[in-house]
Design a protein around this ligand. Sequence first.
Ligand code: ADP
Ligand code: ZN
Length: 220
Amino acid sequence: MLGAPGSGKGTWSKFLSDALGLPHISSGDLFRRELAKDSPLGHQLRSYLDEGKLVPDDLTIRLLGQEIIEGTGQQGFILDGFPRTMAQADALDALLLDSGQAIDRVVEIQVSEQVIIGRALSRFVCEGCGQPYNTTTMKPQVEGICDRCGGRIVRRSDDNEQTLKQRLKAYREKTAPLTDYYQRQGKLAVFPNDGPPDRKAQQELLELLGQAEPVNEVAD
Ligand code: ADP
Ligand code: ZN
């Protein structure tokens, strides 16, 4: 899943993970879990996340590579937030080739910059599973408690105007060029996502992936 910060990568990746019964691997969630552990690795990551800078490629590739190898079988999986640079895309191709797998589809979530800023600044996430929420279109059933896992809903420390500017810049410079790379391979599907995450949008996304019906029934 490719998309600017606040475009809805987390929301839609979790939807696809539930609807298709596939594991969800999110680089941002993985990094935030390390931060919460207060480990030496967490401290190292914090300096990048708090400034809205990309974590260096070698470290990212090592951590995500491990997660992909350990956390997935041959059924497939949803990758969210990785790769985010050309070097990461090359490393991922090599890793998948080694295990006899390949990328089927790359979804680019397209959202106008105005919507992105509004969303990121009104966003909350679950500490436990990373599910995003907001105060308008995606409220939890019980205030402060995650519907999916019962975890605590908190603000992300990098969802502030200053950091967001950096993250948008990193997206434009380092990540946006990946869309051409996957377009040339005929793998890119563009998903316009300025609206709410309703059933119509769910259906649209599944159709883009060549899935007429969800494998599992999921709530709106
Ligand atoms: P967003 O897309 O809203 O910025 P993520 O949760 O995907 O949120 O990422 C949060 C932060 O984690 C990024 O700003 C960056 O510092 C780091 N990060 C996530 N994925 C990567 C990656 N593939 N390469 C480098 N840094 C990453
Ligand atoms: Zn949760």
